[in-house]
Design a protein around this ligand. Structure first.
Ligand SMILES: Nc1ncnc2c1ncn2[C@@H]1O[C@H](COP(=O)(O)OP(=O)(O)O)[C@@H](O)[C@H]1O
Ligand SMILES: [Mg+2]
Length: 425
């Protein structure tokens, strides 16, 4: 038996020592564990418990990991498949640190951006293992951090950009960059607070939209030149013990800044693919750690442009649940636990299409599953969210086919059959 485990048995109090050794070591003794709830369990704590986290937990459960789900509301999707869960404001640094010190997880997996990342950095200093690293979580939650890193330090191609702290600065930025341009709060996701500024006169409404949609109390925004892309992709990139592995590119369509449809593989020239992989490798090497990253890129006629990166599974990557031998969730779990990823195989072309709610209610039912499941090679994932909100993603349809066009058509057909039925009494 490896000495560390024997040591732990003799010194159950000395959990801190185990943590710091584990973080610096990739030794075999850390890749074995006992049953969930036992003293030798491997404990994974997930920060954010949405539909992506739900799949991460299902994959971790398959490897016998003890799973703890955290989110700010009860019955979040990942909580429903975890061993236990906690309700917490993850932007509250003190509450977050208290919970983690109490739970003492072996591995902390951020599933969303809105987390007190300063607390994660502190916890990492104490020896906790944050996936892929606390710095990656901090840099990628903030558009300024990741943009300056990509464009200024790493010299990756991005849209021209400016930052603005108040309205007059925003106006100057729009004048300098020209219209159209895109205004975004520094911290937001799923298109919240984002708008396209088509003329200088739009600047004021864009400023107000950004202030309303921002997650943090700061008024700082980023203004980006509008990229007239032909298509946009997510390049799922896995950093693991085996090195860097790329999944075939995923094409997607965003509506109001949120994804509605994705497919894999996306047709690209060899040159585009190799440029995309170079960019993805550069940014993920810089962020470091093990795990799966979603690298978002714009493709124009003659260039590949970096947009942003998530150090975790990506919503557009849900399609991999039907296309790949290892889904993006299985890949993430393997990589973060320190296991090899010798290869990823695309088994079939496929597509995903989302079901979104239109109103806010807790009194609803999702209909249409029977008809959707009659479609060829089609599956549905219902997330189990307890409450709808306008624009909230509630389910996704996944279809495989001989070619991407057929898969897209079928997945959209399936998604259109699904309905959020609201009880209007
Ligand atoms: N500079 C830009 N030019 C053109 N389209 C953009 C630009 N920035 C964002 N978009 C569109 O808005 C979507 C969401 O923007 P993104 O920066 O990825 O925000 P989020 O963090 O909310 O995903 C993109 O996938 C793209 O379709
Ligand atoms: Mg994005």
């Amino acid at each position: 038996m490896p000495s560390t485990i024997a040591f732990l048995e003799l010194n159950p109090e000395n959990k801190d020592e185990k943590r710091s050794e584990q973080f610096s070591s990739e030794g075999e003794e850390f890749k074995m564990w006992g049953a969930p709830f036992s003293a030798k369990a491997k404990k994974m704590l997930l920060l954010g418990s949405g539909e992506l986290g739900k799949e991460v937990i299902i994959e971790a459960q398959r490897l016998g990991v003890e799973c703890i789900a955290v989110d700010r509301y009860e019955l979040a999707p990942a909580m429903q498949v975890a061993h236990r869960s906690h309700c917490l404001d993850m932007q509250d640094a003190e509450a977050l640190k208290a919970l983690i010190r109490e739970e003492k997880p072996d591995i902390i997996v951020p599933e969303i951006e809105a987390i007190a990342t300063g607390a994660l950095e502190e916890l990492e200093q104490e020896g906790f293992h944050v996936v892929p690293t606390a710095r990656a979580a901090r840099l990628t939650m903030d558009r300024e951090g990741i943009r300056r890193l990509a464009a200024e330090k790493l010299q990756l191609p991005t849209a021209a950009y400016r930052f603005a702290d108040h309205f007059e600065q925003l106006r100057s930025a729009v004048q300098e960059l020209g219209t159209p341009c895109v205004v975004k709060p520094l911290m937001s996701s799923s298109g919240k607070g984002q708008s396209v500024c088509r003329t200088l006169e739009d600047a004021e409404s864009c400023w107000n939209t950004a202030l309303e949609g921002a997650r943090a109390k700061t008024t700082r925004v980023i203004v980006e030149a509008f990229v007239p892309f032909e298509s946009e992709i997510t390049l799922l990139t896995v950093r693991s013990e085996s090195g860097t592995t790329f999944c075939p590119p995923i094409g997607h369509i965003q509506k109001d800044g949120d994804y509605v449809e994705s497919w894999q593989p996306h047709g690209m020239t060899d040159k585009q693919l190799s440029e995309a992989q170079d960019i993805a490798r550069t940014i993920t090497d810089e962020l470091g750690g093990y795990g799966l990253f979603g690298v978002e890129l714009f493709l124009t006629a003659d260039s590949v442009i970096f947009s942003e990166v998530s150090p975790r599974p990506h919503d557009t990557g849900m399609v991999t649940m039907i296309t790949q031998d290892l889904s993006e969730f299985a890949l993430h779990v393997r990589a973060i636990l320190g296991f090899p990823v010798p290869s990823v195989t695309l088994l079939t072309p496929g597509a995903s299409a989302t079901l979104k709610a239109e109103v806010a209610t807790r009194d609803f039912a999702i209909s249409g599953l029977h008809d959707a499941l009659l479609l060829p090679r089609t599956q549905v994932r219902v997330f189990g969210k307890p409450e709808t909100k306008p624009g909230r993603r509630m389910a996704v349809a996944l279809s495989a086919a001989e070619d991407v066009e057929t898969a897209r058509k079928t997945a959209k057909e399936a998604a259109n059959m699904l309905k959020v039925e609201v009880n209007h009494v």
